[in-house]
Design a protein. Structure first.
Length: 320
């Protein structure tokens, strides 16, 4: 463990990013370096202890299952009754993806690494204002993939263990239709959106090793393939004033399409119309008019380290 990395009074940077790239943070895709692994917080014993003591309502475990039409479905599971060591064992040889959410609230030592990194970026880009940080630790199996999807806010990914490949696609209607963009923002569907292999020729591809970080702009479609070893990353979603306005505009567009029967075409975030849309979105969210459209997560499997895939279907007999 590097004392410098963990010290709140450390003077050196925890990331290696140029001033030019820092000034473009949140506006485009960027690759740079970080030193999170030096903390010692992401070794097997430390991860097992973290999982075992983490608040259950802030942990989500997933797998993917291929459907008859060839598409893949994200499914949610349970780690109830297992030790952290058993969960980690199941992930290491299975087909699982674990998200420890909101480390700002539940894992302050881990969150401090991200806070330092954002502080380093802000030192090089004093005009950057970020807020509403939501950071999670992602622990996934060597063969796991994250399906083509888009997140609602901008994202920074800090890769810590294993190797993975990130495919990042253009943020245009060809790769993410306005209707699907709105469904994700309104939480009517998961973040997965329609994908075609033909998209890959337009993607930026990042092969990530220990210590690599990538940041990308709001709602940019992407997918991830793990390449080797247990994969551990931290992902941080956040907002800037521009990103918050964009969210409000897209939310309002979706609400107008559903409640008023209109077909909005603009996603501009400046001007009177944009401000009116943001106010409209805030009113709709406060009223709860679209709450009934939000998806409901169903638990369909139980993690079990004795099984080849690391889990058993709920209702199926578990291994002896």
């Amino acid at each position: 463990m590097s004392p410098d990395v963990m010290s709140p009074d450390a003077k050196s940077s925890i990331i290696d990013i140029s001033k030019e790239d820092a000034e473009k943070f949140s506006l485009t895709s960027l690759r740079f370096k970080h030193r999170f692994a030096e903390s010692g917080l992401f070794e097997d014993d430390a991860l097992a202890e973290l999982i075992e003591t983490y608040p259950g309502h802030l942990m989500t475990v997933y797998t993917t299952t291929q459907q008859p039409d060839g598409s893949y479905l994200w499914r949610y599971g349970s780690i109830s009754g297992l030790t952290g060591e058993q969960v980690l064992e199941a992930i290491q040889h299975g087909h699982l993806w674990l998200n420890l959410q909101h480390i700002e609230d539940a894992a302050p030592r881990h969150a401090a690494l991200v806070q330092r990194a954002f502080g380093d970026i802000a030192n090089l880009n004093p005009g950057l204002r970020t807020f509403r940080h939501n950071t999670g630790i992602l622990i996934s199996s060597p063969d796991m993939s994250v399906l083509y999807h888009c997140d609602i806010p901008p994202i920074a990914l800090w890769h810590i263990r294993g190797r993975k490949r990130l495919w990042l696609y253009p943020d245009t209607d060809e790769f993410l239709s306005p209707e699907n963009r709105e469904r994700v923002v309104l939480r009517e569907q998961e973040e997965e959106v329609p994908y075609s292999p033909s998209f890959d020729q337009h993607a930026k591809v990042f092969d990530l090793e220990v210590g690599d970080a990538v940041a990308w702009k709001q709602q940019a479609p992407h997918r991830v393939d793990n390449l080797d070893g247990l994969n551990v990353s931290i992902t941080t979603s956040y907002y800037t004033p521009e990103a918050q306005r964009f969210y409000g505009v897209v939310f309002a567009n979706g609400a107008m399409r559903r409640l008023l029967g209109v077909t909005p075409t603009s996603r501009n975030t400046t001007g009177v119309a944009a401000m009116a849309k943001c106010a409209f979105a805030a009113g709709i969210k406060y009223s709860g008019l679209l709450k009934s459209r939000e998806r409901v997560l169903q638990t369909s499997f139980q993690v079990d380290p004795r099984e080849e895939l690391g889990y058993v279907e709920l209702g199926a007999p578990q291994g002896a």
